[in-house]
Design a protein around this ligand. Structure first.
Ligand SMILES: [Zn+2]
Length: 235
């Protein structure tokens, strides 16, 4: 076997190992035992659409960041929701105080959603790194904290996205279990939430009502919002 073929075979084996480990993850924060690759390429981050845990928790994530509704901030702070905010740098470039306030007074975290919101799977490796590392750098410069989770815009990604994410400091690529954003005139019916569900919302005009419905549904199911980053262990 040539060296390049051996490398590809080892890389494929690692992808399988990470995937299998995620499916069979034990209770508590998700764990994977695959070690970092020492063969010179970034190990792909795992893809997480639902957290394997027996803790009575759900995960609230809110994307983009264009609408800075004070009522949504008040609700997040009053209820101390440890939401993961997958922000675009452009959405805080004109008003970073909104998010600084949330970070300074609540348990939210700012995570990576790229710089320009492209379909990452349509970009080459250099283009993907520019989008992901660029957002990482801008978040770090603005908030003093480096994102550790990547949500690819539209939920679309390629294998290259998973390695680019690792190269840019992410530990997981996070999609979602349910998108409960109100996009039209009527809210999406909220399903019976289950342990480990990842809920997607957006900072849009209905974010406060959407967030309230999700928090009510979680409480009705006996579940508490938990910090997603802490459940994605260091791989
Ligand atoms: Zn988005």
């Amino acid at each position: 076997m040539s060296r390049s073929k051996l490398c590809c075979a080892l890389r494929d084996a690692l992808v399988v190992l990470v995937s299998v480990t995620l499916i069979g993850a034990p209770a508590g924060p998700a764990h994977a035992s695959a070690s970092r690759s020492s063969a010179g390429w970034p190990e792909p981050v795992p893809v997480v659409s639902r957290v394997q845990t027996t803790d009575p928790v759900v995960f609230v994530t809110i994307d983009d960041g264009w609408n800075h509704d004070p009522a949504a901030a008040k609700l997040l702070l009053d209820r101390r929701v440890p939401a993961s905010l997958f922000l675009l740098p452009g959405a805080y470039s004109y008003d970073d105080a909104y998010f600084r306030n949330l970070l300074n007074h609540g348990p939210v975290r700012v995570e990576n959603h790229s710089v320009n919101h492209p379909d990452l799977s349509a970009l080459d490796a250099a283009g993907q790194r520019a989008e992901i590392c660029g957002a990482r750098d801008q978040h770090l410069a603005k908030f003093g904290d480096s994102p550790r989770l990547l949500r690819p815009p539209y939920g679309t990604y390629s294998e290259t996205t998973r390695t680019a994410a690792r190269a840019c400091g992410a530990e997981a690529l996070v999609t979602w279990t349910y998108d409960l954003t109100t996009w039209g005139s009527d809210p999406v019916p909220v399903p019976r939430l289950k342990t480990g569900d990842i809920i997607l919302l957006h900072f849009n005009g209905t974010v406060t009502d959407d967030l309230r419905r999700v928090l009510d549904a979680a409480a009705a199911a006996g579940l508490k919002p938990a910090p997603l980053r802490e459940y994605i262990d260091r791989w």
